[in-house]
Design a binder for this molecule. Structure first.
Ligand code: PMP
Ligand code: GLU
Length: 396
């Protein structure tokens, strides 16, 4: 049977593929350290687990829910946005989805016609471009260098703009770079988007994971005009250690949200009921555990950053948020005769049993991504192995 062009042309998620490969090798008994997928190593906090169990035992998690989410959760999202962003929205401005990933998918499906352009700053999170293509839109990539802290400028946006530009994606703190846009930078980008009627897709999923006194400003909070031009994408996966529960959401213009909901109603029907009850507790319940996890990530970052920065030929900027390091390894590769980052990553796995994600999947083939969402002992051991691998390759 011939597959659809859509399926044939789609790239699989490199992050999930790298993680699956590491897991398969571990299952064979190899001592593989996986710094691949962006997934907190912590178990979901107990109060959230208990809320889910209570929802099962009371029977209320047994049924389909409204396709846009249960009213309690939409309420909890509006309250969260009110408290954290200082912005007021109504439940009709919210759709709860199967992870933030599906919120993005629905958004592109709801808004893009054939050939509509979506500006995506590079390095980008792996799924943006592929999801745009699935909706028959055209991703327009703008290359943002390490020297500019990987942040897109208005000049670059303007140079990329055409009559077909419909949206731009902004991911701050960024996966994979960990960079955060300042309020001034957001103001300039937001004003540009408003003047040119470009919708801002603001992926705020790492908004709670910021370190060392850095501040996250959501672009929707910069001005009322910018808020109207923005769809907020967020979810509970990263900050509440709930990746497996699959709950995300989108907040914004009610017509867009309604269109997304129509597509959700004909595809998934609704996000899993029990997960929605768990997410209500995540957003409404005690927030202390998320601060404990944030501090653990901060400690890991501060411990491993100097060691990774000292690996011969690794160049990197200290991340401000999220939980990834994104070193440029061009010099390391040159010193040891590599021309392909994928080969370097494969050899590291094969020879040193450390799994990283190739930068190629993020549009940055001179880079690798190191997730530090794992315990410090594992991180320290993995870095020692990477150091050894790099040195041995250079000396050969
Ligand atoms: N956006 C970014 C930038 C991410 O790193 C992730 C993590 N997979 C997502 C969205 C989607 O997260 P989830 O679907 O687990 O909510
Ligand atoms: N966002 C995570 C990552 O980048 C999860 C994997 C994925 O959804 O692709 O590793």
């Amino acid at each position: 049977m011939r597959l659809s062009k859509r399926a044939e042309q789609l790239e699989p998620s490199v992050t999930l593929a790298a993680s699956a490969k590491a897991t398969a090798l571990k299952a064979k008994g190899l001592d593989v350290l996986s710094l691949t997928v962006g997934e907190p190593d912590f178990a979901t906090p107990k109060n959230i687990q208990k809320a889910a169990i209570a929802a099962i035992e009371s029977g209320k998690a047994s049924y389909y829910t409204p396709s846009s989410g249960i009213p309690e959760l939409k309420q909890a999202v509006t309250k969260y946005i009110e408290q954290n962003y200082g912005l007021s929205y109504l439940p009709k401005n919210v759709i709860v989805t199967d992870g933030a990933k599906f919120a993005l998918y629905l958004l592109f499906q709801a808004l893009l016609n054939v050939g509509d352009e979506v500006i995506i700053p590079v390095p980008y999170w792996v799924s943006y471009g592929e999801q745009v293509k699935l909706a028959e839109g055209n991703p327009v990539f703008i290359s943002c260098q390490q020297e500019q802290n990987f942040k897109v400028t208005v000049e670059q946006l303007e140079a990329a703009r055409t009559e077909k530009t419909k949206m731009m994606i902004l991911n701050s703190p960024s996966n994979p770079t960990g960079m955060i846009y300042s309020k001034e930078e957001l103001q300039a980008i937001g004003d540009w988007a408003v003047s040119n009627n470009v919708l801002i897709v603001s992926d705020d999923i790492y908004g709670k994971l910021v370190y060392n006194g850095n501040q996250f400003t959501p672009i929707a909070t910069v001005s009322e005009e910018i808020r109207k031009q923005t769809i907020i994408i967020n979810g509970v996966s990263k900050s509440y250690a709930m990746t497996g529960w699959r709950i995300g959401y989108a907040v914004g213009d009610e017509t867009i949200i309604a269109a997304m909901n129509k597509i959700a109603s004909q595809s998934t029907s609704n996000p899993t009921a029990v997960s929605q009850y768990a997410a209500v507790e995540a957003l409404n319940g005690n927030q202390e555990t998320i601060e404990v996890m944030r501090q653990a990530f901060e400690e890991r970052l501060n411990t491993i950053f100097p060691r990774v920065a000292a690996i011969p030929g690794f160049k990197l900027v200290k991340p401000q948020g999220a939980f990834y390091l994104f070193p440029n390894i061009k010099e390391t590769m040159e010193l040891s005769g590599y021309t392909d980052v994928n080969q370097w990553v494969d050899d590291l796995l094969e020879e040193a049993h450390v799994a990283l994600v190739t930068g190629a999947g993020f549009g940055a083939p001179e880079y690798v991504r190191i997730s530090y969402a794992t315990d410090l002992d594992t991180l320290e051991e993995a870095i020692s192995r990477i150091e050894k691998f790099v040195v041995s390759k250079i000396e050969r």
